[in-house]
Design a protein around this ligand. Structure first.
Ligand SMILES: [Zn+2]
Length: 489
């Protein structure tokens, strides 16, 4: 049950307030919420509220924004994609193991997994998500119900494409074109969803337009997506620069990099969020020359946002070259989780550390830049100036992280502690749209214990069915061997 309160006051050890230009730290501050918006941020408040939350050892901060997540399918990956990948696909599991895993899912699994992923997001202080896939897998009614019930804020869209990946046993993965009509039909579907669901879930559901991947959307389709986005004025995203195979295929098909192709179709623009965007010209793994500033300069000039989702790529030995290099080039960077665990705090930490490692520089991936990406950067990506910040008039999406924990003490700089030490278990309260959805670390919107049991049961079924869908008929333990051999006898 969501707890509904008209006005709420929160006292905290630290408040991350927004002064109109940047985040600032207020020691011993307060945040006042009136219905679904922030009314006041400051040192004190003389008025009355219906309820006070005393977070005297807490960091009160804007709810985090996750710009890339596949909620309905992600949990199946846990313990499965770890230490696993296809060497012939540059260590990615795309087009190989992930295809079999995905095809082994059944209807009810998607719903259980979607609820679990959204619950994970909220419990790690992540209040807004750019979710990709629930709608495609659950249909409109169930999607709206899941987002409504869990209490999260989400963009959502059908997935638009006029191509499909097709591979031979020789690991030659190519796009099979289906005809642009197939994609245009999906644009119509997306438009219907936008028109019927704008403002749904008390405004938490933000209908959007999603292109699938840069190599599954033809030039004609990308132009049509751009025209529809301009008309409907909704968030838009597409996967691009997500693996080396895609990069090479784009060069082969078009003699252009994925980013150059997006520029030439017109889809690239200040409202576009690019999922991943790490496989670009000049990246050492891609090995393709970058001239005149290359893809980074094109991205920066366009104002587009790159969703940096480090963990899933780190597991493959891949990564975006450096968070700081993108910022220095002038690119807006946001952060996402992509797959399990849906733990944005963990992704923020990894974004910081991988940046330092890439640049051999302790100043790279600075806590302040990472926090900005997970708040203001994400908000800019989805075109919202009322999210990712705590200021009078902003939407009341608030996360409280307790600092009086083994991860939190001693605290001097709460943002550096957050990026370098705090864990999602330290998240105590989460408020979305003025409603409390996590209270004292527990979700108020769902039975956590039942959800965990349901997820385990669904995943066991998916792993069992893998050989029916794997191109070599392999079992789960053959594709992704257990860390240790079983000892039973
Ligand atoms: Zn994705």
């Amino acid at each position: 049950m969501v707890i509904i309160i008209m006005s709420l006051g929160i006292k905290g050890k630290f408040v991350v307030g927004f002064d109109g230009f940047e985040h600032r730290i207020i020691r011993d501050g307060v945040v006042i919420v009136d219905e679904k918006r922030v009314k006041h941020v400051g040192k004190s408040y003389g008025g009355k509220v219906d309820r006070w939350i005393d977070a005297s050892t807490g960091l009160i901060m804007p709810g985090l924004i996750n710009t890339h997540i596949h909620a309905a399918t992600a949990p199946k990956d846990k313990g499965f994609i770890d230490d696993t990948g296809a060497r012939h696909f540059y260590m990615s599991s795309l087009g190989e193991n992930l295809t079999a895993l995905g095809q082994a899912m059944r209807g009810p699994d998607y719903e259980v997994f979607a609820k679990f992923s959204l619950a994970e997001c909220l419990k790690s202080g992540n209040t807004t998500i750019v979710e990709i896939g629930i709608l495609e897998n659950l249909g409109v009614d169930k999607t709206v119900r899941v987002i409504s019930d869990l209490g999260i804020r989400a963009t959502e869209s059908p997935t638009i494409a006029d191509g499909a990946w097709e591979r031979s046993q020789a690991a030659d993965l190519r796009t099979r074109w289906l005809g642009v009509e197939a994609g245009l039909k999906k644009i119509d579907e997306a438009e219907r969803f936008v028109k019927t669901h704008r403002g749904a879930c008390e405004g938490r559901l933000m209908p959007a337009i999603y292109g699938d991947t840069v190599d599954k959307c033809s030039s004609e389709l990308q132009k049509a997506i751009r025209a529809k986005v301009n008309e409907l004025k909704v968030p838009v995203t597409i996967h691009a620069g997500q693996w080396v195979v895609e990069f090479n295929n784009m060069i082969r098909m078009y003699r252009r990099t994925p980013v150059e192709f997006l520029r030439d179709t017109g889809l690239l623009g200040p409202d576009l969020i690019i999922g991943h965007g790490w496989a670009i010209a000049g990246h050492p793994l891609v090995g393709y020359p970058s001239v005149d500033g290359g893809d980074l300069a094109i991205l920066a000039k366009s104002g587009a946002t790159v969703s940096h989702d480090p963990l899933v790529f780190i597991k493959r030995g891949n990564k975006m070259h450096s968070h700081t290099a993108y910022l220095k080039a002038g690119v807006n960077v946001s952060i996402g989780t992509d797959t399990v665990p849906q733990d944005l705090l963990n992704e923020m930490r990894l974004a910081s550390y991988t940046s330092k490692l890439a640049d051999w520089d302790c100043h790279s991936g600075a806590s302040r830049d990472i926090f900005n990406s997970a708040t203001l950067g994400g908000a800019r990506g989805i075109g919202r100036s009322d999210l990712g910040r705590l200021a009078s008039g902003a939407l009341a999406d608030i996360t409280i992280v307790d600092l009086e924990t083994f991860n939190g003490v001693p605290y001097r700089d709460p943002i550096k502690n957050l990026i370098n030490s705090s864990q999602r278990a330290d998240v105590t309260w989460v408020i979305v749209n003025g409603k409390i959805v996590v209270e004292e670390g527990k979700l108020t919107t769902i039975d956590e214990r039942k959800l965990l049991r349901d997820v385990q049961k669904s995943a066991e079924g998916v792993w069992e069915r893998i050989p029916d869908h794997h191109y070599l008929k392999q079992r789960a333990d053959e594709i992704s061997p257990l860390a240790y051999k079983l000892w039973e006898g």
